[in-house]
Write a new protein. Structure first.
Length: 113
């Protein structure tokens, strides 16, 4: 198990199941570039239907690990080192009872303590 900062497993910051948004004809995902011969999609959807949009490349620490402290709330890493932000986080959406809109936001607060 690879570790991020403060002994939090790096897997907690990686969006595992990401597919292009569908249907592609209705403002779906477009290829905005390539990294390691793989397309960078403008938007993806996880297994729960949450939409994410591409915001950049993940920075790395000198030892090669991802710099998870550089992630903003609502941002996730998608291999091979892309950063996607949930649309809920992009719009500042919060759930009822004051809960944060994403697990990533809660992790950022927890790791900065």
């Amino acid at each position: 198990m690879r570790m991020g900062t403060r002994s939090v497993p790096i897997e907690y910051y990686i969006l595992q199941i990401a597919t292009p948004t569908t249907p592609p004809s209705e403002m779906g995902s477009v290829v905005v570039g390539y990294l390691a011969d793989r397309p960078i999609l403008s938007t993806v959807v996880d297994s729960t239907g949450t939409r994410y949009r591409y915001v950049g490349l993940a920075s790395r620490l000198p030892d090669g690990r991802y710099d998870v402290q550089a992630l903003s709330p609502g941002e996730w890493i998608v291999e091979p080192g892309l950063i996607y932000r949930s649309q809920a986080a992009s719009y500042g959406v919060r759930r009822s009872a004051g809960r944060l809109a994403s697990l990533a936001s809660a992790l950022h607060i927890w790791t900065r303590r």
